[in-house]
Design a protein around this ligand. Structure first.
Ligand SMILES: Cc1cc2nc3c(=O)[nH]c(=O)nc-3n(C[C@H](O)[C@H](O)[C@H](O)COP(=O)(O)OP(=O)(O)OC[C@H]3O[C@@H](n4cnc5c(N)ncnc54)[C@H](O)[C@@H]3O)c2cc1C
Length: 268
């Protein structure tokens, strides 16, 4: 799309790059924090944390980027007009067969969250401008409501971005070649979708789409996928990491090898 340089794609590229930039850099900061292993300097994670932390601000502050995504959602008239049928009733998730949840259900849940938040934000803005005499004053009141709902705005930015990523992940997994890659990539797509719902469980609980038992069931399903990935000494997880083709010369930190040996006395 970028290479085609078509004027009509400008808005889509803007929204996509805003959401992906913010989500990717915030996720990277979080992942590095999870990996930091007490900042053992040999692992270089401390240095990388320092280097990448500024990414959440530069080339567009992430909060502002997510506001731009939310703004684009508000311009999607079809989404604003659509009815909000919840894809699940509380209790159904816990009753579903054991194992990863199907991709179709997960994409519907993320679509539902995006639409609900879009309509919530739009109604806050409409309520703020209702009864205001002049058009200019009404626009000002709506803009103030947009700013005052920063929590919903950022949540909506995430909701749009994660829905976009899951839709494309599911599609790419189902079309992967050779076809024997499809099961493992579909498993990862399901893991991604389930962890997105789990992370924003507060939204789905408040909306009445899931209940406490569903929440617990979701957690167990995520753990089942982890178990599958690390089974047989991490055979599947290691193959997936190896598929990135990270060259040996970049694998110099001790954490890239057997972490049990870190700090072990060396033989004289
Ligand atoms: C390491 C680094 C290198 C850089 N290099 C360059 C460079 O080479 N060239 C260059 O031109 N610039 C550079 N910058 C600047 C960078 O692009 C800007 O800092 C960045 O885009 C954010 O803009 P800002 O500083 O104006 O912050 P703002 O966008 O003003 O944001 C400041 C704070 O206010 C919050 N905020 C802003 N608007 C709202 C709102 N409406 N509602 C709620 N909160 C809001 C933001 O979340 C943020 O916390 C660099 C910055 C860094 C950190």
């Amino acid at each position: 799309m970028v290479a085609a340089k078509r004027a009509q794609d400008g808005k889509t590229i803007h929204v996509l790059s805003s959401g992906l930039k913010a989500a990717a850099t915030w996720s990277r900061v979080e992942t590095l924090q999870d990996c930091r292993e007490g900042f053992l300097s040999e692992n270089k994670i401390g240095e990388i944390c320092n280097d990448f932390n500024v990414d959440v601000t530069f080339e567009g502050d992430n909060t502002v980027m997510m506001q731009q995504v939310a703004r684009a959602c508000l311009e999607d008239k079809a989404s604003l007009a659509a009815g909000l049928a919840a894809p699940l009733q509380a209790g159904q998730l816990a009753a579903a067969p054991r194992g990863p949840l199907p991709a179709g259900l997960l994409t519907s849940l993320l679509q539902y969250r995006q639409q609900t938040l879009t309509q919530q934000l739009a109604s806050e803005m409409a309520a703020a401008s209702k009864g205001v005499s002049s058009r200019a004053a009404a626009e000002k009141a709506a803009a103030a409501a947009f700013d005052n709902n920063l929590d919903v705005t950022v949540q909506l930015g995430w909701a749009w971005t994660e829905r976009f990523c899951l839709d494309n992940f599911v599609k790419a997994a189902s079309q992967a070649q050779p076809t024997d890659l499809q099961p493992v990539l579909s498993l990862l797509a399901s893991l991604y979708g389930m962890t997105r719902v789990e992370r924003d469980a507060a939204f789905f609980l408040a909306a009445g789409v899931i209940n406490g038992q569903d929440r617990a069931s979701l957690r167990q399903r995520v753990h089942l996928v982890f178990d599958e990935l690390v089974a047989g000494n991490g055979k599947l997880a290691l193959s997936l990491v190896n598929a990135f083709g990270i060259p040996d010369h970049l694998l110099q930190a001790p954490i890239a090898f057997d972490w049990r040996l870190i700090g072990a006395p060396t033989a004289k």
